[in-house]
Design a protein around this ligand. Sequence first.
Ligand SMILES: Nc1ncnc2c1ncn2[C@@H]1O[C@H](COP(=O)(O)OP(=O)(O)OP(=O)(O)O)[C@@H](O)[C@H]1O
Ligand SMILES: [Mg+2]
Length: 261
Amino acid sequence: MTLGVHNIEVVYEDVMLVVKGASLHVPADGIVALLGANGAGKTTLLRAMTGLLDVHRGRISRGHVSIDGSEIDTRRAPDVVRAGVSQVMEGRRVFGEFTVEENLRIGAYTRSRSGVADKLDRIYTMFPILRDRRGQRAGYLSGGEQQMLAIGRALMAEPRYILLDEPSLGLAPQIVEQIRDLIVTIRDDGTGVLLVEQNAAMALSIADHGYVMENGKIVMDAPAQALRDDDDIREFYLGTGATSGSLRDVKHYKRRKRWLS
Ligand SMILES: Nc1ncnc2c1ncn2[C@@H]1O[C@H](COP(=O)(O)OP(=O)(O)OP(=O)(O)O)[C@@H](O)[C@H]1O
Ligand SMILES: [Mg+2]
């Protein structure tokens, strides 16, 4: 049982090749981290996985995406959700004019109406703050609450896999910890998680496996523990050394340093 990306290439506007042959696998019972600097192509890869490229004038030009063995890359976004894959987009997209509960109900749109009350109850148990705010306009929630609402809305579709695009971005450390614990709960409840993060320390603290993407390619693919122990990852992503340039620059620099010394 896996969500798989097999040697995908993505082009925008038919000319800009942004993902240049990337493969990754998300097991149904695991958390997989996808790390990478700004512009590496992480969000584009998620769009390719959920049928959202066409609205951005992009398309998959090679490779395919599969869920539990069947290809899904030719399906439209709502069909991908029906197939069991939900995405929480970058930047906490909630419908600000609607109430918290209306936002959650929208998340169940691919499902039949029956059972929505049970699903709402499950989400409210997981996120008690959303139960307290159920009648309020979503636009008035704090950043952390909006992120929880966006995740709760995706869970209303009862996905087998959930893709989270930078859920910790711009949130206070205490809120990031809450989000991290929630991601663990989601995995423990039986949903596979693909976690895109610039906060590598947070992502690698809970992930089973990790990928590093750079310039449209996967440049590292290893158990999370190995990435936590990797000197280059520590230097570049975990803030224990040089923090500018690319992972490759760090490697070059270290090689040169070794050579000079
Ligand atoms: N609709 C689009 N049309 C053309 N180019 C695009 C489009 N969307 C993204 N890009 C380009 O594709 C590259 C990868 O962008 P993407 O958003 O996938 O990166 P990312 O790894 O998610 O970065 P970030 O960490 O900043 O979110 C960037 O150079 C970006 O400018
Ligand atoms: Mg992005």
